[in-house]
Design a protein around this ligand. Sequence first.
Ligand code: HEM
Length: 136
Amino acid sequence: MSTLEKLDHVSEESICRLVDAFYAKIRIDPELGPIFARAIPGDWQPHLTKMYAFWSSVMLTSGRYKGNPVAKHLEVEGIRLELFQRWLALFDETCGELFDDRLRGEFGRKAARIAESLKLALFYRPDRPWPPAQPA
Ligand code: HEM
């Protein structure tokens, strides 16, 4: 897609495209792929549908997402602090393929903020420095 064709507004339809393209990358990523494959061994559509609602809530304030991401991620086997950087990089790359620079930045900032709160909820311990000097 050339720069001119990149989207300058967010819609439910473009969120679906973003989510589909992002998780296609996630699934073939050598580090993240196996973690997701273990957590979602069967049909991916329920996860994708949930993620459409999530990003619609975040970017369009539609209120469509109902859930508890912290509780869900606490159950994800193999999730590690340092993998969040990879997750965010793949997400940013995908946003850059679909959206113009302004929206790419907006998605990226929201994702980074949510990632930070997930990391804190999952990995912060009062007896250790934050951010950790070494991966937790
Ligand atoms: C290393 C980073 C991450 C990993 C490995 C990861 C992994 C997963 C997995 C495996 C699920 C499916 C859980 C299940 O259905 O059993 C999930 C759900 C979800 N993830 Fe992540 N995730 C990561 C980061 C993020 C980030 C940064 C965000 C938001 C910006 C996010 C948002 C969500 C949401 C909203 C759900 C749906 C929760 C629900 O069921 O309501 N994740 N994640």
